[in-house]
Design a protein around this ligand. Structure first.
Ligand code: PAF
Length: 280
């Protein structure tokens, strides 16, 4: 069922709660792919009812980012949600979500000034604002996020902890194309040549993973391996390559604890992210 108004979804959720049903929630910006599908299917397997929101959130885009061109495909999204077993697709308009005199911000002060937070000022404030709103509207028991945006999960978990929001935050592994490219709604921007070039993200991370498996623990050496591989691809421009503690997101000089190895790379004009977690 497709719903566009907050009052309508609230009324259905009230009935579900009266019947004692559990609610899973998958927040998305639409243009759904296998990664989203895996989140919806997990939510369906763990809850009585599942809500998927499809909303391209203006407050999480910077002035020179791709808000206006962000891909949209609501008909296909509805089909994927239906096939995956979602109960409701909530697709509000911008006006339904944001008042023209919105004056509240939601800002997590730790974990947000590194990685994508450092490169995209205000991004996580926008994510936290819209998710606070969706969490208040949908009041789910569990919410599901993809590990490709690992920092987002860390920030959302912190927000939920700090604000005592009674929702369990769960994550699903990155889903990849057969050739290794991490699934992303932004992959549709890539030309044929860029699509091929984009494989360098996973390739560079795989080289780093091998080196770590063989016992290398010096972050600089690992980072250099990634950077060198990325620099071999003429269409790639590095935004960041980091090795951080997977919980605090602080830099690790030596990989002596569970590490997150995240990268952000422009392929042409398209900014792609990828990562892996290394458990020692
Ligand atoms: O990961 C995304 O697609 C977005 O950041 C989210 C969580 C739907 C909030 O707009």
């Amino acid at each position: 069922m497709l719903l566009k108004e907050i009052k309508d979804i609230r009324s259905i959720i009230k009935d579900w709660k009266k019947d004692g049903l559990t609610i899973g929630y998958v927040p998305t910006m639409g243009c759904l792919h296998e990664g989203h599908k895996s989140l919806i299917e997990k939510a369906v397997s763990e809850n009585d009812k599942v809500v998927v929101s499809v909303f391209v959130n203006p407050t999480q885009f910077g002035p020179n980012e791709d808000y206006d061109s962000y891909p949209k495909n609501i008909d296909e999204d509805l089909e994927i949600c239906k096939k995956s077993g979602a109960s409701i697709v909530f697709n509000p308009d911008k006006e339904e979500m944001y008042f023209n005199n919105k004056s509240t911000t939601v800002s997590v002060s730790e974990l947000t000034n590194v990685l994508c937070g450092a490169k995209r000022p205000g991004h996580f404030d926008g994510v936290c604002l819209v998710l606070s709103k969706f969490f208040n509207i949908i009041t789910p028991d569990k919410a599901y996020f993809g590990e490709k945006d690992f920092q987002q999960i860390a920030v959302v978990k912190r927000m939920v902890r700090d604000l005592n929001i009674n929702i369990e935050i769960l994550s699903c592994p990155i889903v990849r194309e057969k050739d290794g490219l991490a699934k992303s709604s932004r992959n549709v921007y890539l030309s044929k040549e860029e699509r091929k070039a984009a494989l360098v993200l996973n390739r560079s991370l795989s080289l780093a993973k091998e080196e770590l498996k063989h016992g290398e623990r010096n972050s600089k050496i690992i980072k250099d391996i990634i950077v060198n591989e990325l620099n071999k691809e003429p269409l790639a421009k590095i935004d960041y390559v980091e090795i951080v503690d997977s919980e605090s997101l602080n830099d690790l000089e030596i990989v002596n604890t569970t590490a997150l190895i995240p990268i952000a790379v422009y392929i042409g004009k398209t900014r792609l992210i990828d990562n892996f977690i290394f458990n020692i």
